[in-house]
Design a protein around this ligand. Sequence first.
Ligand SMILES: Nc1ncnc2c1ncn2[C@@H]1O[C@H](COP(=O)(O)OP(=O)(O)OP(=O)(O)O)[C@@H](O)[C@H]1O
Ligand SMILES: [Zn+2]
Length: 676
Amino acid sequence: MTERPLEPGLVRVALDLPLRRLFDYRSPDDPPLTVADVGYRVRVPLGQRQRIGIIVAVGVDSDVDPEDLKPVGEVLRDLRPLPEAWFRLTRFCASYYHVPLGQVMLATLPARLRTVAAARTRAGRHLAPDRPALQPPPLTVEQQAVLGTVLAAGTGFHAYLLHGVTGSGKTEVYLRLIEWALTAGRQALLLVPEINLTPQLEARVGERFPAARLVSLHSDLAEAARSRNWRAACGGEARIVLGTRLAVFTPLPELGLIIVDEEHDGSFKQQDGVRYSARDLAVFRARDSDVPVVLGSATPSLESWANATGSGGRGRYRLLTLRQRAVEGSRLPLVRIIDTRLEKPQDGLTGALLQAIEQRLQCGEQSLVFLNRRGYAPVMSCPACGWISGCQRCAAHLVLHLVDRRLRCHHCGFQTRLPRQCPTCGNQDLRALGRGTQRLEMVLAERFPQARLLRVDRDSASSRKQWTELLRRIHDGEADILVGTQMLAKGHDFPKLTLVGAIAPDAALFAADWRAPERLFAQLMQVAGRAGRADRPGEVLLQTQFPEHPLYQALCRHDYESFATAQLNERRQAGFPPYTHQAVLRAEAPHMAEAMAFLAAAWDCAAVAATAAISFYDPVPMRLARRASMERAQLLVESPSRRALQAFLADWLMQIETLRAPSRLRWHLEVDPLDL
Ligand SMILES: Nc1ncnc2c1ncn2[C@@H]1O[C@H](COP(=O)(O)OP(=O)(O)OP(=O)(O)O)[C@@H](O)[C@H]1O
Ligand SMILES: [Zn+2]
């Protein structure tokens, strides 16, 4: 068989379309494009429109007669071509998560660089500020040991899990590692779970390295700033990149180190579009670029823990441990359980907790009351006829927000005015059932009229500006009692905070989701970790009806390890991840029957494509079966072998794509789902 010669005049382009293929165009003749043009963005015609794509190959063998191909439009050379490492990362992402390559590639670029109207940008200028670097504190013995281990292993690929208790100074370790990379003339990539955490960290990193250009990349940046920062990163001018999950794709010509802070956090997983895990891609990228990657957390994900401790015969990450708090004299807080069967809470608060808050008020310290539910009450009801406030579009309740007198759906965003009377029977005496942060705030305000209260949740801190202002007030001691959701749980360092009360953690103990205990433990340990971080000792009060529960017992001992070991044993016995690998096919349609029928057809294809290593389950409605007027169902497939699962998914998807589906049905596949 003779191979057809490559067509020198052809160009293959990736476009942001939901199609598993690339698009061929004709090169201009004079001068023709060459392989040196691979990685440039290009404007191309598609139907009636112009689009921005990325040149993935030049001189390719096309199925289409070259005469029938359209010529490429303008090649955009305002940026360096996207590097090979970026191609490898996006290709891996596309193949592992089974998303079309063009969608992955274009999704990783800032919007300005992938739209026709604004495809050109200008480079921003950066003047190195004339500030002295902030002197670092001397490292603790433990920090020194951790740093020594990483440095001794050298600049090549190693994956580390840094398990450091809350307040153990993980950030200081990151800073030293960044310094090491900078000194070696390399760039450092620091990934954080949420934009909320970036302003403080940005300030801290900036103070330490005033001469190195630091850029941040997250969704809250204005488009112009985002593309400017991205350009600086991929041009090599920016030496430190601080970003949320999407930043894992930023091309960095001199990458020398990747750090993933709070690696257990669910927000590293993208939940729509290209459903990838930035933490997992970070590890791939580090291996591919042959640089170290450090995953850090006080409560590592069980997947990472298994990788680091060899539970399951792996031991792929090296475990680094910080057992003590970094600030001299600071200890982990004392965790006390309040048995609410013996001491009944009033308005959600036990006498013991109220007393503890009172004591803090008297000595000018801060308290945090943690309740992971925003709004005033999770549901309204009519005691006369039994009406409850349901969302018309979702299988969920409308949450009462008393601050602006509205009912809101936390799933689809629907909102309506608070009704004066029951919509079914006209009864005017409606009840608010249960308790959210707004109600808690009001109860506390009545109890402690002299105290300055601050509520921190997604309603009170909806913009970055509000959030920064709230943090400033907490830091400056302008608040005595904080009421907050998990927004306040992670990463913060409030020196005056010495008391944390968790008032209603029990619900998650018995949730249907088998990952719920892992999340609850992490959340409680993180929020507990906010207490007593400076020289004053901290205390945590946990209100529960199940004081003997092993999860709470482990929490009292600050014993992540035994909790993780027990959970992993359960998972191994039950055959859950990380001892099996999962993917889920989801379908949503106006009627459940349509979604289920589609999945049943997919199930039939699976039966053909599956090998013995693959198990698949019956399609079932999702736990939140209706959202935004769409009925949702899913089909789970799993295998003990990642490779077998991947091979199966590739075959299966090709068949699913040939299925006929009603026009309003949407479906997607998610690999390694976190929520089932
Ligand atoms: N070597 C050190 N000497 C003195 N103080 C230190 C040292 N390292 C860190 N600290 C201080 O310890 C406190 C906690 O550090 P840091 O915020 O880095 O902890 P962390 O491990 O990231 O905690 P968390 O997981 O709770 O976010 C900070 O106030 C920090 O300035
Ligand atoms: Zn809704």
